[in-house]
Write a protein that binds this ligand. Structure first.
Ligand SMILES: *Cc1c(COP(=O)(O)O)cnc(C)c1O
Length: 328
């Protein structure tokens, strides 16, 4: 049995996700051949990249006899939504603690999109007041719950820890299995809490794969993000007992964040409209819209040749579009 198979996994989504050719976008941009891996179609709760991580995290919660799963994120967290759905499916209680990161959001941002869906899935929601320190707030909440005797299983923001990252080791496995057909030159995706890129990079070591993985950052400066991804990927390699990656393998661009996390940017709006109109595919304002804007930016800067086959991993998030109508 391989190391990866030693981790308990439950089926929460539709895998493997399809890979499709974006032929209209490819033609429009006149650059490399662009393909898309539809991790927005994982099935659970309108889909997204957190489903892969939860397939490994939820069995760990069950193994630890959790009575309550607690997780954290921004108000429009896609991770929170998928966790709420996974918990209700597995008969676990779920508490979501949300951080207000967007400056002056309209009411729709606070109540529609993912927030509405969290409620449909029956999760409890707490919103940290703006004037409080988020880390202290949620740590105190968890401490109080534990003091009352509740067995809490904590899932960090974005499900990003070495167990969650196994979901993206598995994703790379799916890509490799089909790569004879495509011969991908690059993989591009949005990087936030870092588990997605960490899993893909650990997977490169585990499966001996050389396809470069480019993270388009949506929150932090490049130097901070590279450290975060590297640390997470290193821990994942250790867990998989494979060679440790070199820090130079972590490639991150931070030019496409715009005004800040969750704040709309012109490039994001342009990319989201373009994919909707040319391919009928919905991106999202916080992650995949900015990541695709990054991919367009890199094509324009001639970072790829016309012969390259670039795979964009669509990490999901369109559930938040209705909460962002004001931005369009
Ligand atoms: C969480 C998320 C990401 C970022 O993945 P990380 O593993 O947190 O880096 C990208 N896209 C969407 C839609 C997400 O919800």
């Amino acid at each position: 049995m391989s190391m990866l198979e030693k981790f308990e996994r439950i089926k929460l989504g539709h895998f493997p996700t399809p890979i499709e050719h974006l032929k209209n976008i490819t033609k429009y941009l006149g650059g490399p051949n662009i393909f898309i891996k539809r991790d927005d179609c994982t099935g659970l709760a309108t889909g997204g990249n957190k489903t892969r991580k939860l397939e490994f995290l939820i069995p760990d919660a069950i193994k630890n006899k959790a009575e309550l799963v607690v997780t954290v994120g921004a108000v429009q967290s896609n991770h929170a939504r998928q966790t709420a759905a996974a918990c209700t499916l597995m008969g676990l209680k779920c508490l979501i603690i949300l951080e207000q990161r967007v400056k002056d959001p309209p009411e729709a941002y606070m109540n529609s999109g993912n927030v509405f869906l969290n409620k449909l899935y029956g999760a409890d929601i707490k919103i940290c007041p703006k004037n409080e320190n988020f880390l202290e707030y949620y740590e105190k909440t968890i401490k109080d719950l534990k003091a009352k005797g509740t067995n809490v299983y904590f899932i960090p923001g974005g499900g990003s820890n070495p167990i969650g990252s196994m979901g993206y080791v598995e994703c790379l496995n799916e890509i490799i299995k089909e790569n004879d057909k495509y011969n991908f030159s690059h993989i591009v995706h949005a990087t936030g809490s870092s588990g997605t890129q960490a899993g893909l990079l650990a997977g490169r070591k585990y499966f001996n794969c050389n396809i470069p993985v480019i993270g388009i950052c949506i929150r932090y400066d490049k130097t901070i993000q590279i450290d975060k991804v590297y640390m997470e990927a290193k821990k994942s390699c250790e867990l998989l007992q494979c060679n440790i990656l070199d820090k130079s393998e972590v490639v991150v661009y931070d030019e496409y964040i715009g005004p800040g996390y969750g704040e709309p940017s012109d490039e994001m709006i342009e990319a989201t409209k373009l994919l909707a109109k040319k391919e009928g595919i919905l991106l999202d304002p916080v992650y995949s819209g900015k990541a695709f804007a990054g991919l367009i930016g890199l094509v324009k800067k001639k970072q790829f040749t016309k012969k390259d086959n670039v795979l964009f991993i669509h990490t999901g998030g369109s559930a938040s579009l209705s909460a962002y109508e004001w931005a369009f």
